[in-house]
Design a protein around this ligand. Structure first.
Ligand SMILES: NC(=O)c1ccc[n+]([C@@H]2O[C@H](COP(=O)([O-])OP(=O)(O)OC[C@H]3O[C@@H](n4cnc5c(N)ncnc54)[C@H](OP(=O)(O)O)[C@@H]3O)[C@@H](O)[C@H]2O)c1
Length: 275
């Protein structure tokens, strides 16, 4: 039985993964920003849990605040001595450029800075368990064009660029985490999944009737669950998976120099929030 943290577990792919992993008998700490939504997922997890198993209480934290991320790491640390799996799954896209309470472009803050800080604060717990870090990326990483001098897209923000950059950052972070810490880490693309991700997009509302042609959240969570729990370790040389197989990445996602520079730049951005 593994100790597993899933962020973004209040809805969509993360909720499905939390229920599926609980059903396999794992201790899943489900994290989200809405206590109400997490309560409903906790009920689903309890229904899926093996007879007699106690499902841990969920963890409420708004990952757009790096102080909250640090508090979440502390709370996880107080609940578990060793962490087998950290699934950095929470994510969003926004219809216009927004800025977090900490002053960071919101998509960068939630999709990249938060998983970076949460993971680095939990490195000891992960290493103690020989743990794995799984980060939900996307095929949209191909639209990423990271400019380290304009990570917050103060010049020329557009939705798919900010989202693509954050998903490219997820893959670069995954490679660099493995290189710097030795922790087993993978990112993955879940497919096109029928979730609330693009809830504020006019295009999404238009194509909503086509939702039945998209994957279910459970189908989207399949590769996450597999990467988290497969007895055989997935390929350590492949930082990005899709459908349980190494996926094709953009040239930027394979750029080791960019991965190292992004790590250093990100560490500097989150440094004021580490204590
Ligand atoms: N759907 C797709 O087709 C698709 C494709 C490729 C990659 N992805 C990735 O899959 C992951 C999960 O997305 P999804 O499709 O399942 O969308 P979703 O249903 O909207 O789930 C996103 C999750 O992230 C949480 N979240 C958002 N902002 C947060 C914040 N500030 N603090 C804490 N939690 C926050 C959401 O919480 P609330 O419930 O409170 O909103 C929700 O639990 C994301 O990383 C996304 O980029 C999705």
């Amino acid at each position: 039985m593994a100790s597993i943290v899933v962020t973004g577990a209040s809805d969509g792919i993360g909720a499905a993964a939390a229920v599926m992993l609980t059903g396999q008998g794992h201790q899943v700490l489900a994290s989200g920003r809405s206590a109400t939504k997490l309560g409903a997922v906790h009920e689903r997890m309890s229904a899926a849990a093996p007879e007699g198993a106690v499902v841990p209480e969920p963890l409420v934290a708004d990952l757009s605040s790096l102080d909250e991320v640090r508090r979440l790491a502390d709370e996880i640390g107080s609940r578990v001595d060793r962490l087998d799996v950290l699934a950095n799954n929470a994510g969003l896209t926004t219809g216009r450029r927004q800025v977090s309470a900490d002053g960071f472009e919101l998509t960068l803050a939630v999709n990249h800075l938060a998983p970076f800080l949460l993971t680095t604060l939990l490195v000891d717990k992960l290493q103690a368990a020989g743990g794995r870090v799984i980060t939900t990326s996307s095929v949209v990483h191909r639209l990423g064009r990271l400019d380290l001098d304009d990570l917050q897209l103060e010049r020329g923000w557009w939705r798919l660029r900010s989202y693509g950059n954050s998903k490219l950052a997820n893959i670069l972070f995954t490679s660099e985490l493995r290189r710097r810490t030795g922790i087993a880490a993978w990112s993955f693309h879940p497919g096109a999944v029928n979730t609330a991700l693009s809830r504020d997009s006019a295009l999404t509302r238009l194509v909503k009737p086509l939702g039945r042609y998209l994957r279910t959240p459970e189908q989207g969570a399949d590769t996450l669950v597999w990467l988290a729990t497969s007895a055989e370790e997935p390929d350590p040389a492949a930082p990005y998976y899709a459908d349980r197989r190494p996926g094709r990445t953009s040239a930027a996602a394979r750029d080791a120099t960019l991965a190292a520079a992004l790590w250093d730049r990100t560490a500097a951005l989150v440094a004021p929030f580490t204590r």
